[in-house]
Design a protein around this ligand. Structure first.
Ligand code: TYD
Length: 209
């Protein structure tokens, strides 16, 4: 087991991951947490991010998309996450392997086994200690994002986002130990309090508290 602690945040677009992440980072400030996002977090991964989210890349094939997310992640895991965990750091990442299963698998309809294999290959099997899933009706997510300029994935519409949401719920059902569902329809303060409880349990189980 690595010395560090690895927490990921997941959810459909507009589910409030960014606000939750800020609150979690404040709560954990004594541990000097490392804050990352996917796709991104390294110079190369941020370049791949630009390709992925660019709305002019209309012709991008689903498998190309999946490989690009995997490449961005591989770079982040090898260059940043694994070394940081070995040094005993606490990492909070906005999106990780479950995004690829939910978006490219359930959302795009690529075979789930293909995505699982891709996730395994791009991370060497590294999974978070805890994944907080912000569950939200995509219609509410769209309302919350109203006024923002949508990126390429956000342009996919409500049916796509619904498949992603259902996918996330299935992932949570399959791995209840790792993936905790937070009801993102609740006020942020309630969601944050639930998230803190889950994190505190994890820290205690690792002897950090
Ligand atoms: P981003 O602006 O970071 O969205 P958010 O703030 O909601 O996290 O854009 C990331 C987009 O990429 C988001 O729409 C989800 C999508 N995505 C995938 O489709 N597959 C993946 O593996 C990852 C990491 C993200």
């Amino acid at each position: 087991m690595s010395k560090g602690i690895f927490i990921s945040l997941e959810g459909v677009d507009g589910s409030g991951k960014t606000s939750l992440k800020e609150e979690i980072l404040n709560h954990l400030t004594g541990y000097q947490p490392l804050s990352l996002r996917e796709p991104g977090g390294t110079e190369i991964s941020e370049k791949i991010r630009n390709i992925l989210l660019d709305t002019s890349n209309e012709d991008m094939q689903s498998r190309t998309e999946a490989f690009l997310y995997a490449s961005a992640r591989c770079q982040l895991v090898e260059a940043v996450i694994r070394p940081a965990l070995q040094q005993g750091q606490l990492i909070v990442v906005d999106r990780y392997i479950d995004s690829t299963l939910a978006y490219q698998g359930y959302g795009r309809g690529l075979p789930l086994d293909f995505i699982r294999e891709l996730n395994q290959l791009s991370t060497g099997g590294l999974k978070p200690d805890l994944t907080l899933l912000l569950d939200l009706d995509p219609q509410e997510g769209a309302r919350r994002r109203a006024g923002d300029i949508p990126d390429r994935l956000e342009q996919e519409g409500l049916l796509f986002q619904s498949r992603v949401r259902d996918g996330y719920l299935q992932i949570a059902q399959a791995e209840p130990q790792r993936v905790r569902i937070l009801d993102a329809h609740q006020p942020l303060a309630t969601v944050v309090s639930h998230a803190r409880q889950e994190i505190e349990k994890l820290l205690a189980s690792r002897g950090w508290r």
